[in-house]
Design a protein. Structure first.
Length: 574
């Protein structure tokens, strides 16, 4: 039967929009035991959804099709709950995280993969709980949702809804800009006027909660270059958005623009145009900023000649002492970010390169409901594995040749496949042994294995609840190390150790390996099913052996019986 998970979402995100999406998910299912949930269309819920969602849904049919296409490969490899093609809440969160992380390097608050999820509560920090609390309480936390789970169209609608909520949440910043510049949202702007709006939006967007800093920069624009890194490039990026809207308008047929009140030849821009530019900035800003992330990574990789994915804290701070704003996070902050390895007796404390690069301290934007971070370079590798395997569980013999043919492309000159031998092969086989001979693709152990296969690209997966995704402004004043603290590490005795001639094994390069598994979903039914199939096969083989044995025994008995046909034939040939 179709499910009932997202009728409210459809009614309020898509009813007053042009997108003809018709989900048949959790919210549409009716039957015994679901009456209370199905009655969710009460006034309180309608009011909550209407207030939160409004009628400005901006997802087109083409965009929804694209979302489905992006989600399908991941969806196929997530274990289903046995009640149809449905996933549980942990998987739904993980699916949402992967989509936004892959699409625009967004980390939506409340959907962090290492975040502890209370089984009885959807969460208090995510955008759904904050902006649509009645929906979360009445639908997502209902017994029906927990028992039956969510189907594929529910997942698609979740992504559509979150995109709409994020899009709408930026309206507050945009409206503040219009008000500060004494511009009316009902009046059109020139290209210069739109540029002014977007410039101020960027300042407010990038500084977020720093109200004093925003006030200071708006009062004295000459300080912007000193406070925001590479402001000249950001300013050029903003003006590029204005040009992009103008170009797009010129490519739009006159019949279409006439229907929506636009003039193709007009050089004026509406509030909706400004909002469109803001959405485009959000989705493309990570790509624009990626050169900065690549430069940071290149510096760290240069300090890791043995390709362990780690840099001694002394070297990290040695570079930070001479840098303008990089590599200065405090030891405590690095630890809380999950970017500090303290397990090696040889190298002491080390910064884990991919964990640091993708950590919240390097997320250039820290908005109310999301972070814009450096691109996750491991995402393409995981996606390739998912596409090739196509199921939740994989054999070691399928994984090794697949991953062995991948390249990390750390630099232009470094395009070598991983060296899958020795400890790496043994660890993958151990993972399979602990899961009835198969490797779950969405577990902490496989993610850990991928980190050691691609130490500069794939993050080391810390245990759930042991790391935070807090940007410096939310972490507190001690997010930065003092110069004295940095100098103390630089001049520590650890540098006196001669490790230049030692190999990775001698330097305990896998000392952080942990055997503790944490699955992104419940694989129990899949593993039970796989085990049952194995038992059936073993049973058939056993029966075949038994019957074969009995046949041999009977054959032998007949052959040894005096006067048997075999004896007669034997006598005949003699």
């Amino acid at each position: 039967m179709p499910s009932i998970a997202f009728v409210q979402l459809v009614l309020f995100t898509l009813l007053c929009c042009v997108t003809p999406v018709h989900p048949k998910g959790f919210l549409m299912e009716r039957g015994s035991g679901t009456h209370t949930t199905a009655i969710g269309l009460n006034k309180e819920l309608r009011d909550a959804m209407s207030e939160a969602m409004g009628c400005g849904g901006h997802s087109t049919e083409e965009e929804v099709v694209a979302i489905k296409k992006d989600l399908q490969p991941i969806w196929r490899t997530l274990p289903k709950n046995g009640r149809g093609d449905r996933i549980e809440r942990r998987s739904l969160r993980y699916l949402v995280y992967r989509y936004f992380n892959k699409k625009s390097s967004l980390l939506v608050r409340g959907f962090e993969p290492n975040r502890l999820v209370n089984q009885s509560s959807w969460g208090d920090e995510d955008i759904l709980s904050q902006r649509v609390p009645a929906f979360v309480e009445s639908v997502l936390e209902s017994n029906h949702a927990q028992v039956h789970g969510f189907d594929f169209l529910d997942a698609v609608q979740m992504v559509v809804t979150l995109e709409q909520l994020i899009f709408d949440s930026e309206s507050a910043i945009l409206e503040a800009v219009y008000q500060n510049q004494r511009k009316h949202t009902t009046r059109s702007l020139s290209a210069a006027g739109l540029g002014q709006v977007l410039q101020e939006f960027m300042i407010r967007w990038m500084l977020n909660d720093d109200k004093e800093g925003i006030r200071m920069l708006l009062a004295n624009r000459t300080l912007v270059d000193e406070i925001i890194p590479h402001w000249d490039q950001i300013d050029a990026f903003v003006h590029g958005q204005v040009s992009a809207i103008s170009f797009q308008r010129q490519q739009t047929p006159a019949s279409v623009t006439a229907n929506v009140g636009h003039n193709v030849l007009s050089a004026r821009f509406s509030y909706e145009d400004a909002h469109q530019a803001v959405g485009s900035i959000r989705t493309s800003f990570a790509s624009f900023w990626e050169s900065e992330c690549a430069a940071m990574k290149a510096q760290l990789v240069e300090m890791d000649p043995l390709n362990t994915g780690r840099v001694p804290l002394s070297k990290f701070y040695g570079t930070g002492l001479d840098a303008e704003w990089r590599f200065g996070e405090s030891e405590a902050y690095l630890r809380d970010l999950g970017a500090l390895d303290e397990t090696s007796s040889w190298r002491g404390k080390q910064v884990i390169i991919p964990n640091y690069i993708q950590g919240a301290s390097n997320c250039i934007v820290s908005a109310e409901h999301y972070l814009v971070c450096c691109a996750n370079e491991c995402e393409s590798m995981i996606a390739e594995i998912e596409s090739a395997i196509g199921v939740p569980l994989a054999r070691v013999s399928d994984i090794l040749p697949l991953v062995g043919n991948m390249t990390s492309q750390t630099t232009v000159d470094h395009d070598d496949p991983p060296k899958l031998e020795g400890a790496l092969v043994a660890q993958l086989e151990q993972i399979a042994e602990s899961h009835s001979g198969m490797v779950p693709l969405h577990g902490r152990l496989f993610a850990q294995w991928l980190h050691y296969a691609f130490p500069h690209e794939c993050v080391f997966p810390v245990k759930a609840g042991t790391a935070v995704a807090l940007s410096p402004d939310r972490y507190g004043d001690n997010f930065i190390a003092t110069k004295n603290e940095m100098k103390l590490h630089v001049t520590s005795n650890m540098d006196a150790l001669n490790v230049s001639g030692m190999g990775r094994e001698e330097l305990q390069w896998m000392s952080q390996w942990s055997p503790d598994e944490e699955l992104m979903a419940d694989y129990a039914e899949l593993q039970t099913s796989a085990l049952s199939k194995s038992n059936v096969i073993l049973g058939i083989v056993a029966l075949f052996i038994v019957f074969s044995f009995l046949g041999v025994v009977k054959f032998s008995q007949r052959a040894s019986t005096p006067g048997s046909q075999l004896d007669a034939k034997a006598t005949h040939f003699v």
